[in-house]
Design a protein around this ligand. Structure first.
Ligand SMILES: C[S@@+](CC[C@H](N)C(=O)[O-])C[C@H]1O[C@@H](n2cnc3c(N)ncnc32)[C@H](O)[C@@H]1O
Length: 224
């Protein structure tokens, strides 16, 4: 193959097509808007062919943490959603390296996925290092808001959990205030919130910010 032609290939084209087919589904916003019924609903059976508990990461990026969870918990299924295709390509490489059969990735904007969500289908949701959108005029773009909690109240199973982490204190306190005022959720820890993260695997962004000496803020709530 001439070098020039080779250089035109993207990382995704260089990834084995079989891996992409195995791990990735792209949901275009136009198609979601026009006819969402062409896409599978967010449940274990349509994606994995079984009824194992399902966990979702919104904005999974390169999904180090989600892939390691999938590796540690073979009896659970995992879906990572992200709008950035390049990060998902790294996630696919990792999932393939770990030979995971219980994880899939969706290239999609989570905010357009409401038609695919179904009641009581998720055991856990992770929102780790979401974009903070600190400028007042951008705040409406935040994923975490009252509508997000309404969605979780419907889609989480009873006692299903939401884990949130960020390094941005002001943003964290905004999210904490919203969930503390919501009687449908209760925190899983005695402290008002947690500093740091006790899990065995850190996500890409957790590693990045901790290595810079930043404090990581975390809360975990469960649906009542
Ligand atoms: C700072 S990264 C965090 C990645 C990962 N959770 C981690 O902890 O390393 C935030 C991610 O959220 C994704 N994202 C932002 N808005 C999104 C949306 N509406 N739907 C899906 N993903 C989104 C971005 O593309 C980015 O990969």
């Amino acid at each position: 193959m001439p070098r020039r032609t080779f250089l035109r290939f993207t990382r995704a084209q260089l990834l084995d097509q079989e891996l992409i087919t195995r791990y990735l589904l792209s949901l275009s916003p136009e198609q979601l808007h026009r006819d969402s019924s062409v896409f599978p609903k967010m449940a274990s059976r349509p994606f994995f062919g079984n009824d194992a508990p399902l966990e979702l990461e919104v904005g999974c990026g390169s999904a180090e943490q989600l892939c390691h969870l999938a590796h540690q918990l073979p009896g659970c299924n995992f879906i990572g959603v992200d709008i950035a295709r390049k990060s998902l390509e790294k996630a696919i490489e990792l999932a393939a390296r770990l030979e995971l059969s219980n994880i899939k990735f969706l290239h999609a904007d989570f905010q357009h996925m409401t038609p695919l969500l179904i009641p009581q289908s998720l055991q856990a949701v992770y929102l780790h290092f979401p974009d903070p959108h600190l400028k007042p005029k951008c705040r409406k773009r935040r994923i975490f808001n009252q509508a997000f909690l309404d969605t979780l109240d419907s889609t989480l199973v009873p006692s299903g959990t939401l884990s949130v982490m960020t390094d941005v204190e002001e943003f964290f306190l905004d999210m904490l205030q919203i969930i503390e005022a919501d009687p449908r959720f209760i925190k899983t820890h005695p402290e008002r919130y947690l500093i740091g993260f006790s899990g065995t695997v850190r996500s890409h962004f957790q590693r990045l910010w901790e290595d810079y000496g930043e404090t990581i803020y975390r809360f975990e709530y469960r649906k009542r």
